[in-house]
Design a binder for this molecule. Structure first.
Ligand SMILES: [Zn+2]
Length: 422
């Protein structure tokens, strides 16, 4: 139904089901962390599917996979499309995976037209699976796209360590990715990503497609309270310097103050690591990962200062010491205007009226756009806005709408429409 039926290999529904099963547990969603054994299996399945359809599949040193269709010759410009196959722990099936496989399916359809002489594109096409988009296992997120676009050095990326101190370099080597496999395409003329919305705006607006004009900024602050380990029994209460108590007070103050003063920012404290984490030892070190997201950098600056002051107060009140481990600001992105117009016009020609919207979440398309690669992000609805949860779902008819628009847009791009508008 989604493919022309003439090309070899499984269609989109079949490959989506096949890859969704990798790392999935009944009722527990999908756990396919970046560079895990499950990720390795999914990567091989994707590579086989693409190779079977005529692509040359390669990867770079950070593990980004490229399924290359060299239709217009070695020196022709490239168009990229794709997303990511890694997931959050107990994540959904659609986030990322749908974007990679939908783009792969479109490429196979177009390749069939090229192979049979019905279509002669002026551009090459590569379908991308970016490494560690989610940032669940290794932080920061968007690792592969940031390395490709030059925002993060390869050395720094490969040196990232997960919670068990395994480096990304070693994790990739364990799934057979050791260095660059060669002949990786250069920076593309344009990149298009299909992704589920992970919010409710499209459903509320009654639209099947959305085009992201820009994204919110994000300020991510990781702090650590440092107290002193002591016996939880005999140590006098007045002598204790309890880092977990400090973290609890810091989290509660963050929630109250930001809600009161910056109520339209999205806020979270979603990860905590305590040491030594024994029932009989007062916590010596508590690290907490905080996030603030909003459209305006100035407001994130002010709200971040409010948060840091609250964390300092929690330290002072508990006799602990505060250390700011990381404090980063991801700038809001404006997606490429001309590319957005091409995707919009392609959608309208297929009978869709995309909603122009902003994305709160970061995506590979945003990382690329921020590093100067013209990028577009096409959204389709998420039922109930559910994301990063096993119940994440997108209706089949909305998947089909997304694939239709993606195909129309990619056809125009490989024909050279982006460059023609310069
Ligand atoms: Zn995603």
């Amino acid at each position: 139904m989604l493919s022309t039926g003439t090309r070899p290999g499984p269609d989109l529904t079949a490959i989506f089901d096949q890859i969704s099963a990798i790392g999935s547990q009944p009722g527990e969603g999908v756990t396919r962390l970046a560079a895990s054994a499950e990720d390795g299996v999914a990567r091989r399945a994707f590579a086989e599917w693409m190779a079977q359809g005529g692509a040359r599949v390669t990867h770079d040193a950070v593990g980004n996979q490229f399924a290359c269709f060299e239709w217009a010759g070695q020196n022709a410009p490239w168009i990229f499309a794709g997303s990511h196959l890694d997931t959050q722990p107990r994540g959904g099936r659609f986030d990322g995976t749908l974007g990679v496989l939908a783009a792969g399916s479109v490429a196979l359809d177009l390749h069939e037209e090229v192979r049979t002489g019905q279509f002669k594109p002026g551009r090459n096409l590569a379908i991308l699976n970016w490494t560690n988009e989610e940032g669940a296992r290794f932080q920061p997120s968007l690792t592969g796209s940031a390395v490709f676009s030059g925002a993060l050095s390869l050395h720094e990326a490969l040196g990232l360590r997960d919670g068990s101190a395994t480096s990304l370099r070693d994790a990739l080597a364990a799934i057979g990715i050791d260095g660059d496999s060669g002949a990786v395409p250069p920076r593309p003329e344009a990149y298009v990503e299909l992704h589920v919305e992970q919010g409710r705006k499209l459903i509320e607006a009654g639209r099947q497609t959305g085009i992201v004009e820009g994204t919110w900024a994000a300020r991510k602050i990781t702090v650590r309270w440092i107290g002193r380990a002591a016996h939880t029994g005999p140590t006098p209460m007045s002598d204790r310097r309890d880092a977990l108590l400090a973290a609890a007070q810091g989290i509660a103050a963050f929630e109250t103050l930001i809600a009161a003063r910056h109520h339209h920012l999205q806020r979270s404290a979603a990860r905590i690591v305590i040491e030594p984490n024994s029932p009989n030892v007062v916590v010596e070190r508590a690290s907490v990962w905080f996030e603030l997201r909003g459209p305006d950098i100035e407001e994130l600056h002010t709200a971040g200062q409010v948060a840091l002051a609250a964390f300092e107060k929690a330290a002072a009140d508990t006799g602990t010491r505060l250390e700011v481990v990381a404090d980063t600001l991801r700038a809001p992105a404006s997606m490429d205007r001309r590319l957005l117009e091409i995707v919009d016009s392609a959608a309208q020609a297929c009978g869709f009226v995309p909603l122009m919207m902003r994305s709160v979440a970061g995506h590979d398309a945003v990382a690329l756009q921020n590093s100067g690669i013209p990028s577009a992000l096409l959204f389709i609805p998420s039922v109930g806005g559910i994301a990063h949860h096993p119940d994440e779902f997108t209706e089949q008819e909305d998947v089909e709408a997304g694939v239709t628009v993606l195909k129309a847009a990619l056809r125009r791009l490989v024909e050279g429409e982006y460059d023609a508008g310069r």
